[in-house]
Design a protein around this ligand. Sequence first.
Ligand code: BG6
Length: 477
Amino acid sequence: MRKAPVAPPATFVIFGALGDLTRRLLVPALLNLTRGGLLAEQTTVLGVSHHDKDDAALRSELDDFIEADDAWATLRERIHYLKGDFTDAATFEALAERIDGNAVFYLATAPSFFGPIVDSLADAGLLEEKKGFRRVVIEKPFGTDLASAKALNARLLARAAETQFYRIDHFLGKETVQNILVARFANVHLEAVWNNRYVDHVEITAAETVDVGTRGKFYDATGALRDMVPNHLFQLLALVGMEPPNSFEAEAVRSERAKLIAAIRRIEPADAVRGRYEAGKIGDKEITAYRKTPEVAPKSKTETYVALKVQVESWRWSGVPFYLRTGKAMRARDTQIIIHFRDAPLKLFREEGVDELPPNRLVLQLQPHEGIKLDFVAKQPGPLIDTVPVSMDFVYADHFPVSHQTGYETLLYDVLIGDQMLFQRADQIEAGWRAVQPLLDAWASDGEPEPYDPGSDGPASADALIARDGRRWNPIA
Ligand code: BG6
């Protein structure tokens, strides 16, 4: 295995230093980079927030989320705190005093601060790359629809170059997600059948058992469509569907992903189903009905589940439907992509009473139990030609040590080394919103989600959506 080089030193500024993202993901990821020897010794972390704290207070808050070791002792000393309001110019003047050379500005804040913080950074001269790089990492959600995403892109790009913005989608930090590209483009036998001549349809599922819980305020204004589809699910779709890039350079890969997302036909309400979980149980866990969740409107029309039929208008995929679904409080946590291949052209092995052979499928299991499985048909030993479905199974854990990574390590490392491959470009974000905009428009005024039971596979209409085409979903497991 090649050893990755130490990232260049930088001041890693986190706006939203006391938030959940910082303590659960960002600092633990920076710590894992320290453990791996990938963070330069001179790199420091500077947390910014309006609360009345100091270095010692921030460090001790972080202690609760960290397994202490020598690496933590080293990193801990390099974590500092700056008290300041994100909307006050004085905060940015104070910041400018403390930064010299490379800096990363990580906006782990509510989305309403993204534009104002970037403006203030620019006003304070902090985005000028005279003495080192200046990079801004922007969390999701990036906009709430096409118009707001365009406006935010325009606002950011008026103040700094596209190469300085790292729009994060944490799905791209997952090893198994990155492996989709390697599976496709390092294995010619897969790529040879990866098109509408051989693929019948594709299923992309991101099912979660968690309910909305304490995130009512955010979630009720967002819903499953905005929360998961134009970002996470479209990233998966882009990696499965994109053309081979000319090289493995960031721009080449980003352009192909963007092209695929731009080819998604705008999704009409007839091709979409939305659901909302009711009260019930998942195993022993009681689930409160979505509408009874704290900070959710009692008459909320927000969806917690969505299923879509998506068409990609490209030479490779014309006529191949992609069925996407995602939801909360479902039967199991299961993120997977299934490529369903077409039937063999001639049914040579038709058995009495059995008309159809089970189709060949390639299952990319992204989480949990990461792996790749090929379902195919073999001959049952014996004098007759009897067929049986079998599978070849590659399980990550059998080959690689189980990793205790947060999924943010690669992403933060890439920001420090200046590799934008796993980040979203402005055009890609806008193309994602464009594809779902008809649903946002229709659902804002019309109808409401269909109820489903917690611990189920989602609402009945989702089954009807795919059954209409003579197909069915793979059970969530
Ligand atoms: C986040 C969404 O972006 O992704 C959450 O806001 C969702 O609602 C999460 O639970 C899923 O990510 P993961 O990595 O747990 O599959």
